[in-house]
Design a protein. Structure first.
Length: 91
């Protein structure tokens, strides 16, 4: 899997989705790519949100903020909030 190449094919309306096997976590690879592109938490250009347990409003706020700031939001465990996905499509 070549994350930088996949990134070239992505965009604001074309996100990257990861379908994971047990024990696989792409977060470190995403953060490494983000560091090379200036999209880090330290620079205020990266927010990771682990969904579930009522985190949908946190995710929406992060998406709205990064839309304005030009940053990235990594939504993890999105399968836990299937009912929220239509609202995500509006973003």
């Amino acid at each position: 899997f070549d994350l930088p190449l996949s990134f070239e094919d992505s965009g604001p309306a074309v996100p990257i989705f990861f379908l994971l096997s047990p024990g696989v976590d792409p977060a470190a690879d995403v953060r490494t790519l983000g560091k090379h592109l200036g999209k880090t938490e330290d620079l205020g250009k990266f927010i990771g949100v682990s969904l579930g347990e009522g985190q949908e409003p946190v995710a929406e706020k992060a998406l709205d903020h990064m839309y304005v700031e030009g940053g990235w939001v990594m939504l993890e465990n999105i399968e836990l909030v299937a009912a929220w996905l239509p609202k995500l499509l509006e973003k």
